[in-house]
Each structure stands twice: as C-alpha cells, then as structure tokens.
Design a protein around this ligand. Structure first.
Ligand code: HPA
Length: 268
C-alpha cells in the first residue's frame, strides 16, 4: 500500500495544510498537535528507514504525527533522513511527495545548526533566507522531466518570513535571519572549512534541509525553514562540538520554535 493510502486509512481524508520536518533534538515540537495519530515510518512506504531495521540518527524520531494545530491540519515528520546516512540526497523525496499529495501547500523545516557569526548565539534561532549547497549534491539528479529545473530565487518564501518576523516580535522571540550552508557531514567541519563558509557568505552551517528545500520547491510547496543554533562553528569558540552537545542544546531553540511555529501555521 502506498504511504498516502496508509495515511488516509489511519488519519482520515482531511487535506493537510502543512507539513513540518523536525531536526536533531527538536522532537518535542510534535506535542503541539491535538487529536494526533502517530504512524511509525516503518509502516509508510518510502519514508525514512522504511523496511530497514537500522536505527534513526539519535535525537531524531521515526514517526509521522498527523493532527490539528489550531484550525490547521498538519503532519509532523519527527525525524528526517540525511544525505550522510547513505549518500542519497533524495532520501526525503517520497515522504515530501506524500505530503504534497495529501494536500500540504506549505513545508516548514527545522534543524540544528552551528553559527558562523557572533550576531547569532547558541540557544537562539536563525530563520533561513537563502542557502549555499556546499555539499554539491542535488536531490533532483536523475529526475527525467523538466520539473528538475527549479527556480531557487526566493525559495524561502518571503511572505512566510515576513509573517514569522511579525509573530516573533509579538511573542518576544529573537528571530535572526541568514544564509545556511549545507555541509554533507557526518564529520563536523574543520576550522579551515568554517573560515571558508564565512568567506562564502554563510551565517550558519548544518547537515540537512537544503535538499528538502529543493524537493519542496519542485513540488510547488511554500517553504519556510529555521535553525536552532546549538553551537558556534568549529574554531569560533572554546566549546567542544559534538552530537551530544547538539542534542543537549537543541531544546533551547525548540522551546522558541514551539511557540513560533503554531502561530505561523495559524497564519498560513
Ligand atoms: N556543523 C554542522 N552541523 C551542525 C552543527 C555544526 O557546527 N551544529 C549542529 N549541527
């Protein structure tokens, strides 16, 4: 059975308004849904880790949660699959296609990231206004149709960004904005690579999101993305960068996203 059929069978036919993808350590955001139905990815054809016995990356969930956020019908993907897990940049494509087929018109992406500027400090948020695909891999390689030639200007929807700023101001949340550089991982960056990323014009660095933005734009979704900054990039501070540190710091950003995202969804 296709993922779309399974989801309709378990969570009903009401069309989705939005899909949200949660990054490392951000799973608590799923608590914002009411009347929710949880479906393990293992039961959803094409979803991360479907049919595998392997573990999700630690700090990531492996459930699709469908429910209501205020007046809106929302699906939350509690964890993602990364390029660094196997070298497939299109790993999230089937799941995102299912979201679009179920009616979602907006895609909200979250991640944990390292900051490259003293302007944006750990524990705070950085909304993406653009990205640099430094990993150099594109999830649309192999797509045979002209749909592959996606225009990436304003791929982070300017209207949603403006709304997010208004909401953040009203809720007294510091919402920074900047350019995200996608680094393949899974090793963290070298000090020289962080210097290069700054020279290239990036404000934060992380191991995800950019391929999902490309796929989302191909599917015609309005895309919004926000990083929870967990650390300064390698060499920019004395702290020791690690995945454990990322997971420990992410809840600071999650608390802010937990207030920001429901209000943004309501305003969609
Ligand atoms: N680099 C890449 N990815 C990350 C970082 C980082 O410093 N922090 C959290 N995710």
């Amino acid at each position: 059975m296709s993922a779309v059929e399974t989801i309709r069978q378990r969570a009903g036919d009401t069309p989705l308004d939005a899909a949200i993808v949660l990054g490392s350590g951000l799973s608590a955001l799923a608590d914002a849904l009411t009347d929710r139905v949880a479906i393990p990815y293992a039961e959803l054809e094409g979803f991360p880790g479907h049919g595998s016995t392997g573990e999700a990356v630690s700090g990531h969930g492996r459930d699709l949660m469908i429910g209501n956020m205020g007046e809106k019908r929302v699906a939350i993907l509690t964890g993602r699959e990364h390029y660094y897990e196997h070298g497939n940049a299109a790993a999230m494509r089937p799941a995102l296609e299912a979201m679009a087929e179920l009616g979602a018109r907006s895609l909200l992406l979250t991640n944990s990231a390292g900051s490259l500027t003293t302007r944006i400090t750990p524990g705070n948020l950085m909304m993406l206004n653009d990205h640099i695909n430094y990993a150099g891999m594109n999830p649309l390689i192999g797509e045979p149709t002209d749909r592959r030639f996606v225009n990436m200007v304003d791929c982070y929807d300017p209207g949603l960004r403006a709304k997010a700023h208004e909401i953040a101001k009203a809720l007294d949340i510091e919402l920074n904005e900047g350019v995200y550089l996608w680094y393949s991982g899974p090793s963290f960056e070298t000090v020289a690579e962080i210097k290069m990323a700054i020279t290239l014009g990036a404000d934060a660095v992380g191991m995800s999101t950019a391929p999902e933005v490309i796929i989302g734009r191909m599917l015609g979704l309005k895309v919004w993305a926000c990083s929870a900054i967990t650390n300064m990039g390698a060499g920019l501070s004395a702290e020791n960068i690690s995945h454990a540190h990322t997971k420990a710091m992410a809840p600071l950003g999650a608390e802010k996203l937990q207030r920001l995202i429901p209000a943004l969804v309501e305003a969609l």
